[in-house]
Ligand binder design. Sequence first.
Ligand code: PGA
Length: 272
Amino acid sequence: MPQKTNLFVANWKMNMSFNTTCNFIAQNHEHLSALAMKCNGTIVLCPSFIALHTLTNFFQHTPIEIGAQNCSAHKNGAYTGEVDATSLHEIGCAYTIIGHSERRLYHGETDEMVVNKMEQLLGHAIQPIVCIGETKQQHEKQQTLAILATQVEPILQKIAEYHTLMHKYKNEITSSEQEFFYATIAYEPVWAIGTGMVPSLDHIKMVFDWLNAKSEQILPGLCRRLRFIYGGSVDEQNASQIMNINGLNGLLIGGASLDFQKFQNIVLSSHG
Ligand code: PGA
């Protein structure tokens, strides 16, 4: 089945314990599957590592996809506490968020680490959801695009390398490959995350125009293999206006994804 272009990602962060996650799923799994069937995109649930395998098993034969919130930048070895992309692939995890600002801020995740994580994920056919975004101070100093450039350029260059490598070993593009997305770039202004503050629609539009143009410049003709989504205080009131912005293919939803009703309203209001 061709993949839907729009993506609605529920980032549950560390807000739900294992038991709370299981209870949430027990209460909402039928509604979630029904929502995934009727909405105009793919729904990705991102629980904590510990609940991942339970959820990939549970949703195996449904349209719901499961994603991790992080992965190791290393293939394997002596990295205590890390989780490798191989294991994520083995348990059926289809997506992984990397470079989230909370990981950059509290866990020292650098642009270089994000690129290495992406390389691990691409090698295991897991779609990376790469977060980029400027801080409030950078926003006020009008440094948004300069900051985004330093974060996104190495990502796009790595995808270009990966694309060349893939095509060296394949003579023809298969039909499933035509529907293939290399990665999702999530623009999440740091100052908008969990604060209730959302940039103006003009600002978001300017950033997505720039992101699409930058991607076309580094990956000519391959922009259709990327998704561009917005995250940061998405709620039932602002979702549909944000989704109407050209060149934007989905939403990364934190707080509002913890309440099924709110999440459903956001996804359904984004029919556009
Ligand atoms: P928020 O979080 O929707 O609660 O702002 C988004 C995110 O951090 O991914």
